[in-house]
Design a protein around this ligand. Sequence first.
Ligand code: XMP
Length: 325
Amino acid sequence: MSGNVRPESMERITTRALAEAFIEEQIAEVRAQVGDKKVLLALSGGVDSSVVAALLIKAIGKQLVCVHVNHGLMRKGESEDVIRVFGEAMDANLIYIDATDRYLDLLAGVAEPERKRKIIGEEFIKIFGEEAEKLEGISFLAQGTIYPDIIESKGVKAHHNVGGLPAWMTMELVEPVKLLYKDEVRVVGEALGLPHAMVYRQPFPGPGLGVRCLGAITRDRLNALREADAILREEFDNNNLNHVWQYFVAVPDFKSVGVRDGKRYEGWPAIIRAVNTVDAMTATIEEIPYAVLHRITDRITHEVEGINRVCLDLTPKPIGTIEWE
Ligand code: XMP
């Protein structure tokens, strides 16, 4: 897609028919741009990179090489979904890198949030770069840039974007959805046959669970967080609450006293946060029914090793940010 300005005449993609027309147009454009060369894509499993992957698989098949780096900070089942959807169902050329140990070793003992973010971002670029160097004959780099990224490129996303372009990479870019808004990317994703849950999933920060496992990350607390978060998501699905913009669990790095089976049982608290927002600049609290909260509390405290309390964060933004750190 040439040019970085969305033409005023460009119709908003709201229907499947419009999405299909867009897809056909992009397939032709990508084929013309790329020819018989290879394209590399960092596939996080987020909406934007997933839609770009599906589009490029359709356009150029195995000429696309997808690299999925599992930093060990993914939510439960996410890397498995990437392998299942892209590696298996779409038969993509997918390289899966389990970098969990590398990340968790680097992050051990690091409590300061911005340092954690920096380590996670820099390590991603290093690993992706190492992989890019191993591959032969790659001529293009695909990115899931969307229109708000272009508009705000000097703003929030720049420091948020873990998968940003490394300076040493001078490859020509392939950015087929760069003039689309998020809602349009989703419509295109569904038309490409991606699972609804993948296309409509809630935003997830690049540093993943790393900024929700508060303070210095430990493996046992990270695992507890991942399990508690999976229960929260499951209960939101079961109780028709998955329209909520963002809902997650944060686990602080201190324990409280509890009892289990008549014995003292020290554990971490799981903090639930569920917010609604339009642009993430301000956010309001979702009023989760108490019956659902009771069920979530019951499940988390009984099913997750190491958690003995559940707390609810009622703070809007401002004054609280959406993430805890
Ligand atoms: P805050 O916490 O600043 O979050 O109110 C606003 C939105 O940004 C997401 N967020 C991040 N996204 N990398 C990202 O890609 C980050 O480091 C990061 N920190 C916050 C947050 O989940 C929310 O959607």
